[in-house]
Design a protein around this ligand. Structure first.
Ligand code: COA
Length: 285
């Protein structure tokens, strides 16, 4: 099969989004899991954004001049994030996904990222096999949870909207827990007014860029995360990601009416610091 690879451009959004929607839908239907994208418009919104962002590298695969797949590398942190990667269902399992992954890994190497990470749909044998063969290590089993807002307040834990003056304290908390900050993502979330923080005993003990699929959260301990989750007016996108080994937090979420959508796996290559605190990872960083 003659496949050509090139950089993606904004005009590719429509076809890339259609492939992305169909590829995720097909694999979810095969396994009887809910769809990752509720509709085509959601996929189009995401892919249009990715194909026009300066801080996201994109690659598309073309067969006979037609796009058949795409992949993305998020370059706005110390650790690069991969995805979403999708290949048109009719041409899957013929090495296009492997080449799309190799392309972004080459890019990450050229850009000297100390680590690369992604979140994998745990029920999908093929992507797990591909990423493992390429060198990714499974780091954390995750549970994607969703449900109505919990609306719980924790005594002594005050949650409020984060602003620019909070950046330094939040970033240093992230460094203490993860070994690196996610300053660019947090600054963007503050601009988009989705970022919140929690104060306890007179200091900032946790923050969330958003409680949702594309947001991350960090806390000194589980009480901080419970306060942030409990105050969230909604869980954006298909819900948020809870490290499954954090049984206490997952149990608290389930006890408050949330349900597990699907199991996922955090995988990484290169530098990975075992978190020294409570955290919720984002799908992409
Ligand atoms: C995941 C996806 C991008 C992979 O692309 P693809 O073109 O189908 O995959 P490839 O043919 O390049 O690679 C599949 C590899 O897995 C191997 N493989 C597949 N199923 C396997 C299994 N059950 N056990 C072991 N290996 C397996 C293949 O042999 C191949 O390995 P190789 O590259 O060493 O030959 C594509 O299937 C897709 O779009 N899926 C739907 C969306 C999705 O799940 N995206 C990823 C979210 S995490």
């Amino acid at each position: 099969m003659n496949i050509n690879f090139r950089r993606g451009k904004p005009g590719d959004a429509e076809i890339c989004a259609s492939i992305c929607y169909e590829a995720f839908k097909a694999i979810a239907d095969q396994h009887n899991f809910p769809h990752d994208f509720s509709d085509r418009e959601t996929a189009l919104g995401l892919l249009s954004d990715l194909l026009s962002r300066e801080d996201v590298y994109s690659v598309v695969a073309e067969k006979d001049g037609h796009i058949v797949g795409s992949n993305f590398l998020w370059e706005n942190g110390a650790i690069a994030g991969v995805g979403p990667i999708t290949v048109e269902p009719g041409v899957q399992n013929s090495a296009i996904g492997r080449q799309l992954m190799e392309d972004v890994l080459r890019r990450a190497h050229q850009r000297r990222f100390v680590g690369v990470r992604l979140v994998q749909s745990a029920y999908h044998n093929r992507s797990l096999s591909l990423y493992t063969k390429l060198g990714f290590d499974a780091r954390e089993p995750l549970s994607n949870v969703q449900g109505p807002p919990i609306r719980a307040e924790l005594p002594g834990y005050a949650v409020r909207r984060a602003n620019d003056r909070d950046l330094e304290a939040c970033n240093s908390l992230c460094v203490r827990v993860h070994g690196h900050d996610r300053a660019a993502q947090l600054a963007e979330a503050i601009r988009q007014e989705t970022a919140t923080l929690v104060e306890h005993a007179g200091r900032i003990t946790g923050y969330a860029s958003q409680i949702g699929f594309f947001g991350h959260a960090v806390g000194e301990n589980n009480e901080d995360l419970k306060a942030l989750i409990g105050a969230a007016p909604a869980f954006l996108g298909p819900g948020f990601l809870v490290p499954t080994c954090n049984s206490e937090l997952l149990r608290w979420c389930l006890g408050n009416g949330l349900r597990i959508n699907q199991p996922m796996t955090l995988m990484s290559m290169g530098l990975y610091n075992k978190p020294a605190g409570a955290f919720l990872p984002s799908i992409i960083y």
